[in-house]
Design a protein around this ligand. Structure first.
Ligand SMILES: Cc1cc2nc3c(=O)[nH]c(=O)nc-3n(C[C@H](O)[C@H](O)[C@H](O)COP(=O)(O)O)c2cc1C
Length: 135
């Protein structure tokens, strides 16, 4: 648990995971349909990226809601090897729209966001800022 956090604290959690199979557009649509309904009910916002077999997602909302969603993602057999990149208390959301944004990017773009090289447009910017630039 984050320090100085209670269940109502607004937090932002970013993770990536490995897809257990290759996802068609249709399968991703199905996943998003369920996710968006539940996220809207809970007030969870963010974005989901699919990069040739890797998911990366930003989840924003109250601590208990974000962790409720994330715990079902951790159990979801469609992904594995989840790695939490960051979890922090935020004062305002980067993604205020309830709709979970979705985009596909290339594996090359994915690695340049995760470990930007000097001189690249992603260098010296926050991860969430770089991710938001894809939508
Ligand atoms: C990569 C990935 C991201 C997901 N993102 C969300 C999400 O943002 N919100 C959500 O409710 N479910 C999301 N899901 C689906 C949940 O894991 C779960 O299947 C769904 O919410 C139904 O949960 P339940 O079976 O516990 O009722 C995601 C699944 C995967 C594989």
């Amino acid at each position: 648990m984050l320090q100085e956090t209670n269940n109502n604290s607004l937090i932002q959690l970013i993770y990536f995971s490995t897809a257990t199979r290759d996802f068609s557009d249709h399968e991703l649509d199905e996943l998003l349909e369920v996710a968006r309904i539940r996220n809207e009910k809970l007030g969870v916002t963010g974005m989901l990226i699919y990069a040739e077999g890797t998911f990366m997602q930003v989840l924003e909302g109250e601590y208990s809601d974000v962790h409720y969603v994330y715990s079902s993602i951790l159990k979801d057999p469609r992904n594995k090897d989840n790695i939490e990149l960051s979890e922090k208390v935020i004062s305002e959301r980067t993604f205020s729209d309830w709709n979970m944004h979705f985009t596909r990017i290339s594996a090359r773009e994915f690695s340049s966001v995760l470990s930007p090289s000097k001189g690249s447009k992603f260098y010296n910017r926050s991860l969430v800022e770089n991710l938001a630039s894809f939508i």
